[in-house]
Structure formats: C-alpha cells, structure tokens
Write a protein that binds this ligand. Structure first.
Ligand SMILES: [Zn+2]
Length: 270
C-alpha cells in the first residue's frame, strides 16, 4: 500500500474583510481549522524537520502561508502559538513592509506585508521562513538570468534577516515548469506549487509538492476532509479549476506593471 502523503495546507490572508479573491480566510474559520486539525490528531511539521530526517508524528500536516501578509503576524501567529502549532511562511522579499501590486481589491484596497522585524519574530517563535522569490513574478515568464536572481536574492536576503538557512520555496501563483523546477533545485530542498500532484516515475518530487488550497468558502469541516483526501493523493477538481484563476492575477500584474512603466510611476521596493 502507498504510504500516506503529508497534506500541505496553503493559506494566504487571515482577514474578515470581504476579498475580491477566494484565498482570504475568516479569522473565526481559521481558528476552527486549527482546533479541528488538532482534534483529528494532526500534528504540524516543517520542511526543516523533514529535511533533518526527524521521526515524524503519525499524522503530520504542514501548514503554509504564501505572501507573508501582515495578517499572518497579527492574526495567525498568536493562534498558532496558543495551540502549540508551527507553520511555514513564504515571503516575496521586495514587498516586506510594503503593499503589493498583484492583489488589488475593489476600491484599490491593498494588503500590507510583514516587515523584517515581523519576519525575524516569526522565525524566533518557531515558524519556518521560506522564499516566495523577490518580486512575486510568474517564474515561467522570466529569462534564465532573472530567474536565477529571483531564486537566489530572496533566499540570501531572508537568510540575512533571520540569521538561518532557507531551504523551502513557494512558486509565485503556484505555477512552474520543468526549467523553473530545475533552477529551483539548485538552491532549495523543497518547493511547493498549488496544482495537484505531479508524479515522476510514480513518485512525488520534493521540488513540486502539491498543496491543499484553503478557500474562503470551505467550511472548517470541508477543509479537514480535503486534508484527509490529500493524504491519499486525491485533490479536488473544483480546487484545480479555481487554481486556474491564478492566470487572471498574473495577467493583472503584468498589465499594471506595463501601464505603470508607461507613466513612469513604478514603485521600486527594496
Ligand atoms: Zn503568492
């Protein structure tokens, strides 16, 4: 029998405000997610623990957060610590302490990202810090040199900020191709996407691990079911279809950058 996979949950924001996308999780739902995970016997692990080859608990789960929003620090971290849980947070380094250009909401409401001090505090509190590259660009569009820069500069910057190694990566928009994976494998031990499992010779590669996306409309009980199915390698068609929507965010980011370059108004973060 195939060994169960470790479900890797993908969160973004923990925020009660209405959101244009579907990846923002309400605070009360997040709290219930964590309580239910514990009730179902899940124990959190990190990529660093996997890498050290430590004995894993019988029902491990990896909780990940993309983008390093400030809401991780203000909402998620206190709840995780209260329940003795760990998470992995993926940071696009150019946006640390700033708002981003790909997640624009109605009325131009924007979301702020954790700054250096927040990131260091998360690391000190036992969270794993991973890379989400520098500028959160779709990696498939970058030429080799730029791709190398985005992969290495984010890793080096984060290592300096936290005084520790960085071994995990989340591909921006959850997307990658063979060239991107090969470049990432030179610098990272683990990398996560957002699509369903891709098997190489019948096995999962640690360089493109599938995740369970957590959506605003998932009830905490549905999330537990999704995590359970992911242990058996099953990812829902609905979630895969929603993930196709990431292309809309990629298109919006490029449209905005092109029009900002035309008006000479492109903010250079870091
Ligand atoms: Zn992202």
């Amino acid at each position: 029998m195939q060994k169960p996979l470790i479900p890797i949950l993908a969160y973004h924001k923990i925020d009660d405000r209405p959101d244009f996308g579907v990846t923002s999780r309400k605070i009360s739902d997040f709290k219930e997610d964590l309580h239910l995970l514990k009730e179902h016997g899940y124990q959190t692990v990190t990529f660093k623990e996997l890498d050290r080859g430590e004995d894993l608990p019988s029902n491990p789960v990896i909780i990940t957060f993309d983008d390093g929003y400030e809401s991780f620090y203000t909402q998620a971290l206190p709840l995780l610590l209260e329940l003795g849980l760990k998470a992995v947070v993926f940071i696009p380094t150019a946006f640390a302490g700033y708002e981003n250009d790909w997640d624009v909401q109605w009325g131009d409401h924007r979301y702020r990202h954790m700054d250096k001090a927040h990131i260091l505090e998360c690391h000190r509190r036992g969270m794993e810090i991973g890379s989400h590259m520098v500028h959160h660009l779709y990696p498939g569009f970058l030429d080799d040199r730029r791709l190398e820069y985005e992969l290495t500069a984010s890793k080096e910057q984060l290592s300096r900020w936290i005084g520790d190694t960085v071994i995990s990566l989340s591909y921006p928009f959850g997307k990658y191709n063979a060239r991107v994976v090969s470049a990432a494998s030179q610098h990272y031990r683990y990398a996560v996407g957002q699509s369903a499992a891709v098997l190489v010779n019948g096995r999962l590669s640690p360089l493109f691990l599938p995740r369970v996306n957590v959506y605003r409309m998932d009830s905490p009980h549905q999330l537990i079911k999704k995590a359970g199915r992911a242990r058996g390698g099953i990812f829902s068609l609905r979630d895969r279809l929603i993930q196709k929507g990431a292309w809309a965010s990629i298109a919006l980011q490029y449209y905005k950058q092109t029009s900002e370059r035309k008006t000479g108004n492109h903010a250079q973060a870091n």
